[in-house]
Design a protein. Structure first.
Length: 306
């Protein structure tokens, strides 16, 4: 059974609601519904592990009328399969109702998404990707804007990313690009795009795998010129010497630009990029393998959400 789309049309006896004046803390977490436009302003709602903040949606119908005198939760919860939104508390014309369920017609706007995908500097960071029967956490892909197949918009149609190997397409419920949120995005992706899966390497791992065996012999922290002045002899020393520090050879570039391996001079030196000052590192070789360089890139990406 479906109901009229305006809460204030219900007789008070039907919904058996308490009319309350909310305190400031609860009021901040309360939805606001405008019957004239059928729009619901939502401080936060969840879809799986993702939390959407400051959203406005158009309500299609009330599936379950409000019930109870206290909220049954702290945030709205959206089911992408049924397109239903469960609402702990909603204020209509100054009156607060509790525990309603509505179907959503459209997502009008959303301010931000926590624990969802983020795209920055050519890298897409996905909190979870389902592939076959497995779920992979914290996947980072190297992608270009040209890989975008479609941006569907509207409410998310899934709780997490889904990868279809047959088509080579990744279906993304929501992704943040700069200050905007895009929903139901499809991009092409393949194994070659995968930078890392699982937690980003820590500085301790990078120190043990890369800096100590390959760099610390020359980058000792001794002296006032390169290579000694750049201290890569310990995890704490490497962080201090690299992250956010301008290169002595190329002062307009940071040695490590947190979250941006493509803009980090360290990566240029490790890859022997054209135009670098001096020579490729480690000096005289053997050079790092592509997998080792990708490990360093993953560490840089993990320093700041892409």
């Amino acid at each position: 059974m479906r109901y009229n789309t305006t809460w204030h049309s219900y007789p008070r006896s039907l919904v058996a609601l308490a009319v309350l004046l909310l305190g400031a803390q609860l009021a901040k977490a309360t939805d606001t519904y405008d019957p004239s436009t059928r729009t619901l302003t939502i401080p936060a709602f969840t879809v799986g592990a993702a939390t959407y903040s400051n959203a406005v949606v158009t309500v299609a119908a009330i599936v379950s009328p409000p019930a109870g005198s206290t909220p049954g939760g702290t945030t709205d919860s959206f089911d992408p399969v049924s397109q239903q939104l469960a609402i702990p508390a909603v204020t209509v014309s100054g009156i607060t109702y509790y525990n309603a369920v509505v179907t959503v017609e459209a997502l009008n706007s959303v301010g931000s998404v926590a624990n969802a995908d983020a795209f920055r500097n050519g890298y897409l960071a996905a909190t979870a990707v389902q592939y076959g029967g497995a779920v992979y956490a914290n996947v980072i892909l190297a992608l270009t804007a040209q890989r975008v197949v479609s941006v569907g918009g509207g409410m998310p149609t899934a709780a997490q990313d889904q990868y279809d190997a047959a088509t080579g397409q990744l279906h993304i419920p929501a992704v943040q690009v700069g200050g905007r949120v895009y929903t139901n995005v499809v991009v092409t992706a393949g194994p070659a795009d995968i930078v890392s899966a699982g937690p980003a390497p820590t500085i301790d791992q990078i120190q043990a795998d890369i800096f100590t065996p390959h760099c610390s012999r020359c980058h000792t922290g001794a002296g006032s010129t390169l290579p000694g002045v750049q201290n890569l002899s310990s995890a704490s020393a490497s962080m201090a010497a690299l992250v956010g520090m301008p290169s002595l050879e190329e002062p307009n570039l940071l040695r490590v630009d947190a979250g941006n391996p493509n803009g980090s001079y360290l990566i240029e030196k490790l890859e022997g990029a054209p135009g670098i000052a001096g020579v490729r590192m480690p000096r005289g070789g053997p050079y790092l393998s592509p997998a080792q360089i990708e490990e360093v890139k993953s560490w840089i990406i993990g320093l700041s959400p892409p």
